[in-house]
Design a protein around this ligand. Sequence first.
Ligand SMILES: C[S@@+](CC[C@H](N)C(=O)[O-])C[C@H]1O[C@@H](n2cnc3c(N)ncnc32)[C@H](O)[C@@H]1O
Length: 161
Amino acid sequence: MLEVGVGTGKNIPYYPAEARVTAVDLSERMLLRALRRAMQEGKNVPLCQLDAQALAFPDHCFDAAVATFVFCSVPDPVQGLRELRRVVRPQGRILLLEHVRVNRPGVGRLMDLLNPLVVRVMGANINRNTVANVSRAGLVLERVDDLGPLGVVKLIIARPD
Ligand SMILES: C[S@@+](CC[C@H](N)C(=O)[O-])C[C@H]1O[C@@H](n2cnc3c(N)ncnc32)[C@H](O)[C@@H]1O
């Protein structure tokens, strides 16, 4: 399995002992923190410094891919999602946990207005339509669950084929 944008490795403790997970992140500092977490957890997780938009892996080489709160900051999210589609085998799964633009006119518009400031301060976009981006990347949506109020946090499960 592939985890993209592993950050400090918060998901690592949840991987079953038998899972073979490779994790990538753009940031060397984050990868060092993830490495420390993996060692504390006694998990062997190969870590690579890679951009989600250009994954240096062969086609269809992973059973699944996971990303949590990553596609808000990838500059071209559709390209990043296309890369997940390419590296996951056709019958595999792509699991995303993302905060997205709220689909209500008032709140959504407010998120659009605040987005440039938030990007400047935190480097993440708050008004991404990640569900639509998943479809734009050619992935097949299997399930979308609202996990937060107003649907701001979504669990998205998609297939490459
Ligand atoms: C908000 S953090 C989330 C970290 C982790 N997934 C979690 O849930 O705790 C976003 C992570 O995505 C990484 N990231 C942002 N853009 C990226 C890109 N283009 N390619 C790979 N990683 C990226 C950041 O370095 C950061 O570690």
